[in-house]
Structures are given as C-alpha cells and as structure tokens.
Design a protein around this ligand. Sequence first.
Ligand code: PMP
Length: 364
Amino acid sequence: MADAPTPKPWIDAIHAYVPGKSTGADGRPLIKLSANENPLGCSPAALAARAVEPQRYPDPDSTALRAAIAQVHGLNPARVVMGTGSDELLNLAAQGYAGVGDEVLFSRFSFSVYDIAARRCGATPVVAPDADFGADVDALLALVSERTRVVFIANPNNPTGSFLPRGEIARLHAALPADVLLVVDQAYAEYLAPEDDDGALALAEAHGNVLVTRTFSKIYGLAGERIGWATGAPGLIATLNRIRGPFNVSNTGQAMAEAAVADQAFVTHARDHNRAERTRFVAALEALGNHGLRPLPSEANFVLILFGGALTAETAYNGLAERGYIVRWLPGQGLPQALRITIGTARQMGDIAAALREMAEAAK
Ligand code: PMP
C-alpha cells in the first residue's frame, strides 16, 4: 500500500487549538468559567427567534443581519462580512493577504488563533515581546519587515485582559506601511464603556488597510451559534467574500443574531453585570496580594491571575476543579503561573474568591 498522504510541512507544524475542558477528571460536569461565555445567556428575543426552516439553505449574504449590525454601529452594510465565528474571519484575513515567505505579526500572550491562522497559509508567525503582559506598540513596530503582510491585535486582549487606548491603536496604524493589513480583533469590545472606544471602527472606515472583527460569542451570549463579523474597506470585504464559505452562517444563527443585535438593552445589562462582578472579584483577589496572587487589570469578561506565592496556578486549578469549577490554566501559552477566570454570576465569583483565599491560606 502507498504511504499515507503527507500534510504540508507548515500544516504539520501547527499545534491544534486546545479548548477549555468542561468536565472534571472523573467526568463530572463542572461549572465552566474557562471560555469567556456570557453567564447571563443571551437575549430572550434571540432565543425566541430560533425557529426557522432547517431544510432551506441560509441567505448566503446574511443580508438582514448585516443591515441590523450596520444600523447599530453606523456602518455601511456593504462593508460588513459575516463569518462562522470571528475565528473564520481571522483565518480568512491571514489567508487572503499572507502566504509562504510572508510574515504575520502579533504580540506575545495574545489570542492563540493568530499563530494557527498564520501557519495555516504557510506564513511565518512573528511574536513581539509584551509590556507587562499587554501589547507593546513599539515592540510590534520594531519587528515590521518588508515581509510583514498582516498584524493582529486583540483589543481588549485575550488572555490578559489588557487594552490599548485609542492613541496607541492610531500610533500603530500610522506607523505601518499602507500595504500591511492591520486586523483589530474586538471580540470583547462591547465590555468597554462606550467612551473608551479604541477608534478602530473609525480607522477601518477611513483607511484601506484596517479590518475590525467582532463576535456574537461573548457579550451576545451566542457562542454555540458561531457568528462573527468584520468591517473594512470594500477591497478587504471583497477578498473575504471571495474565500469565505458560501453559506457560512446558519438560518438559526442569522435569525438569533439579528434579534440579539436589536436588543441593546441586554448588552448594556450584561456589560453592567460584568463590570460590577469583575470589580468585586479583582478587589477580593487584591486582598490576597500577600499570598502572591496578582490579578492583571482587565477590560474584558475575564481576569488573568498570576500566582507568585506558595499556592501555584496548577494547585489552584485542581482545587477549583474539586470544588466544581473549571477555569483556564495556560501552560501551553507560556503562562504556567496564571489562571484565566471568566466573570460568572455573583455567587460563582464569591465562591471562587473564597476558595482561592482558603487554598492560599492552606498553602502558607
Ligand atoms: N478573538 C478573541 C480575542 C477571542 O478570545 C475569541 C474567542 N475565544 C475569538 C476571537 C473567537 O471567537 P468566535 O470565533 O467565537 O467569534
């Protein structure tokens, strides 16, 4: 028999994305605070919009959904493209603009899909050093070469929660050559107060080389439906439309997202809940500073905690699992000293803070 087909060497080099687990070692279901999902679920209007004809293909252009998104954000619907989650759009952006011999640049401790997106199309990922776990514009700019084709920045960033203000995004964009695509991944942007907008949507409207991606997976609470969108100049949108799946958002997904985006009261409620619980959780963690715990400042729906004392991140991860909570431990992303915990309900966050205190005191 002939040998099995050989994958391309750049595909062979990819480390598959490892999602957070949702069961314990014994198979028990755990309360999942490992994937930055919305603890409040989704808008009731979105749930009610579910029933549509499953035997029919969806609208290939997601026309009504794009119009609803454009209206809420003051965009031209012709400049909006939908994806099967924003993951698809991040991958398409790399595929559309980078290939073998090219470089794709991003910061250390940013979203792990950027590395996969670069390698999938044969490009070389280039990783810039961070500044105290956040993106560093000067470090990114220092690594721009004539081979750089795409720069990814998550703002707010996953997994650290850090945020680059408007001036830093503008400075990064202004210093990039016009033929380099800047992708601003705003998966967590709705968690920011509106006045803290990083200005990327305006840059995408004004310039030919800025793509902004958003998702319905986070504040809209529709992660299971796989719906993301991107906006940018007509040329960028045309490229993504040429290479995306023709029916890449399902009937149900389109209907639910359209209802969800029309319910901005739910978004405001989820943002307020997140801010209040995150503030309370961070204050409880800061009180454990003498045990070596350090929560990083977060603008998103999770907090990254660094463990520098007798209680290690691994022990805390296992201890929380014993108490029924699955959170994200990140040794595979160069952060063996850190746990990323999604902001859940008030009761869940109170439980977790109390458990961390108990474990930190026992570890002394
Ligand atoms: N970007 C960032 C920064 C994320 O954290 C995530 C989800 N983990 C995504 C994009 C992708 O989300 P989705 O594909 O569900 O839209």
